[in-house]
Write a protein that binds this ligand. Structure first.
Ligand code: PMM
Length: 286
């Protein structure tokens, strides 16, 4: 999944694709670089960001969705508003990527059910302005898993088909760097939910915090690409269904190498295996 933020203030690509031609051109380039899906967002979700209104969000994303789908590009809309999702689907989007997992807008489940489209349920605890304070967990993996299971149950209860759902741990959303690393290390426990898993680590600040300069300065956003590629390969080798990235070519190249090597799967050390996990899902091939 290639990221296309049509926002003035997203942390990585904010302001770069606010112009329609630039946004469409970039979406086509991401597709040509190997993205199967282009994720178009009109509202920044970086920590601390203030919300914009639905009309502004729709005005930003709809023209880009129309043009990209007309050019044959498969598009998802990154929104947690039912009204924006509905308009985006009417404009040609095929997938709803909801960072709130259906929590932010009670109408979202109905919109997705009626459209019968795939729905990414990301783990979320609150809007950007408040999410730093919500990053408290005893066991982050167990709690993210349980909260995702609640979102799945809520979607199924409204009549969304199980085969339309994709889960996402929501790296950086009400998570500290330590939480993000723990989730990355224990992905099989989330895969154990039985749903395709999307993994969005691209350029996030915990990668910058890992790659500090000798004086402790975090690595700038644009220089986190090698680390992003590593997260992509590790996530897919652990069993992730998809990765959401800004630089599609780099990740696509790395995944091509992984595929040519026989799609080796990460082994889960036996002492860490839970009874519910199945050996064949984590075997090392070839
Ligand atoms: N991260 C961001 C935005 N949308 N959607 C999903 N499903 N998963 C994510 O991790 C995710 C997301 C924030 O990153 P951006 O500002 O680069 O888009």
């Amino acid at each position: 999944m290639g990221v296309l933020n049509v926002t003035p203030d997203s942390f990585s690509d904010g302001g770069r694709y606010a112009d329609l031609d630039a946004a469409v051109g970039h979406g086509v380039r991401l597709r040509d670089a190997g993205a199967h899906l282009i994720d178009i967002g009109g509202e920044s979700t970086r920590p601390g960001a203030e919300r914009i209104d639905a009309a502004t969000e729709a005005d930003r994303v709809l023209p880009v969705i129309r043009e990209l789908t007309a050019a044959g590009v498969l598009v998802s809309v990154d929104t947690s508003r039912a009204r924006v999702a509905e308009a985006a689907l009417a404009a040609g989007a095929a997938v709803v990527n909801d960072v709130s997992g259906g929590l932010a807008d009670p109408d979202m489940a109905r919109v997705v059910r009626d459209a019968h489209c795939p729905w990414v349920l990301m783990h979320w605890r609150g809007h950007s302005r408040e999410m730093r304070e919500l990053a408290t967990y005893t066991d982050v993996v167990a709690e993210v898993r349980a909260e995702l299971a609640e979102r799945i149950d809520a979607a199924l209860a409204v009549g969304v088909a199980a085969d339309r759902l994709i889960v996402d741990p929501g790296l950086g959303f009400a998570k500290t760097a330590a939480h993000n690393w723990e989730l990355s290390a224990r992905l099989p426990e989330l895969l154990d939910l039985g749903y395709p898993l999307l993994f969005g680590a691209s350029r996030k600040s915990y990668l910058g915090g890992l790659l500090t300069a000798p004086d402790g300065t975090p690595r700038p956003t644009a220089q986190r690409e090698a680390a992003t590629v590593a997260t992509s390969v590790l996530a897919v080798a652990a069993g992730a269904w998809g990765v959401r990235v800004h630089d599609v070519r780099a990740t696509a190249d790395a995944l091509a190498v992984w595929a040519a090597t026989g799609r080796p799967r990460l082994a889960v050390p036996s002492h860490e295996k839970k009874p519910a996990q199945h050996d064949h899902e984590h075997e090392v091939r070839p």
